[in-house]
Design a protein around this ligand. Structure first.
Ligand SMILES: *Cc1c(COP(=O)(O)O)cnc(C)c1O
Length: 325
């Protein structure tokens, strides 16, 4: 069902599934803060997991050891459009009777073993924020196959209004409704999603072809079981590139090319430290990719010439950086 944002969709999912105070929710440290905030807003305790270096997703191998009797749900996040390796995660969830609620906010149309993400297990959430694969300006969506959960979420989204009796409220609901204007935009966006995904994948392929042989640039991967939709075309700047990430970024800016750094892990956020969360937790892989990562212009209507200009600029900056040394 539609919601007012990706964040509120996540919050609805947790509330409708009864995840809250006293419960622990496992999620990646490397994500948009919204994933973690939704857990905190619902009074549950977020437990964050370090990343794996290849896909930048949650390291699924590290999940089992944090599971306790209080663990209620796992929230995998398909980072930058690449799906999480879901089979081992879903097996673990079955074994420990945990919910799996996917945060697919960056991965509309991405596939895990031929199935679209967001509908692989109990629940899935999407964002339609302005910079997402498809957008309604602000908006989101929560998917579930459980009709009772869906009914509860619909009620909660609409201030707890009940179908059977008007102005009687059994739940402390929210106003998380999507406006009809936003929904109309969403319908239009959805009708173009195949072309949008195709363009994003084409932009990524062009970047990868031109940057593939640049020493010290690690390209985004697509695992054999995955369809990556490359929400943002993201690279890591390794030491062997010869110019560090921040310097590359400012020189690209001087060439008229705007880039963005990667997420900073939740374990490193003062806002969470202030409420006693993750205070001395270490997530070395997330820290490393946060310090090396950069996303390049990723608009679906970038021309081949524009992509070539970005890649040539990266190569020039490397060459002049090396000469200077
Ligand atoms: C964008 C995003 C969200 C939040 O979506 P909003 O619509 O901005 O609330 C949640 N999770 C991830 C992974 C995101 O990228």
């Amino acid at each position: 069902m539609a919601a007012s944002s990706g964040t509120t969709a996540l919050q609805l999912a947790l509330r409708a599934y009864g995840v809250g105070r006293g419960d622990q929710v496992v999620l990646p440290t490397f994500t948009n803060i919204a994933t973690c905030l939704a857990v905190v807003y619902e009074g549950a305790t977020p437990i964050v997991i370090d990343s794996e270096r290849r896909t930048w997703n949650m390291d699924v191998d590290q999940v089992e050891r944090v599971i306790t009797p209080q663990t209620k749900a796992i929230m995998p996040v398909h980072i930058y459009g690449h799906p999480v390796d879901m089979d081992p995660l879903m097996a673990l969830a079955d074994q420990h009777e945990l919910l799996v609620i996917e945060d697919a906010a960056e991965a509309h149309g991405a596939e895990y073993k031929g199935k679209r993400v967001g509908a692989l297990k109990d629940g899935g959430c999407f964002s339609f924020y302005a910079n997402k694969v498809i957008t309604t300006g602000e908006g989101g969506m929560f998917l579930t196959n459980d009709s009772d959960v869906a009914e509860r979420a619909r009620t909660l989204r609409d201030l707890g209004f009940l179908k059977e009796q008007r102005f009687l409220h059994r739940d402390l609901g929210f106003n998380f409704r999507m406006s009809n204007v936003a929904a109309a935009i969403g319908v239009g966006q959805l009708s173009q999603i195949d072309a949008i995904l195709e363009s994003k994948i084409k932009v990524a392929a062009r970047y990868s072809a031109l940057l593939g042989d640049v020493e010290g640039i690690t390209l985004p991967v697509e695992e054999p079981w995955a369809k990556n939709v490359y929400w943002m075309y993201s690279i890591l700047v390794e030491d062997s590139f010869g110019v560090d990430r921040n310097e590359l970024m400012s020189k690209l800016q001087a060439a008229g090319i705007q880039t963005r750094t990667f997420f900073i892990g939740m374990h490193a956020q003062p806002a969470f430290h202030d409420i006693g969360l993750f205070v001395s937790q270490e997530c070395p892989v997330a820290d490393e990719i946060a310090s090396r990562g950069l996303y390049l212009p990723s608009a679906m209507d970038l021309t081949d010439d524009e992509i070539e200009y970005v890649c040539d600029s990266i190569k020039l900056i490397q060459a002049s950086g090396r000469k200077a040394r």
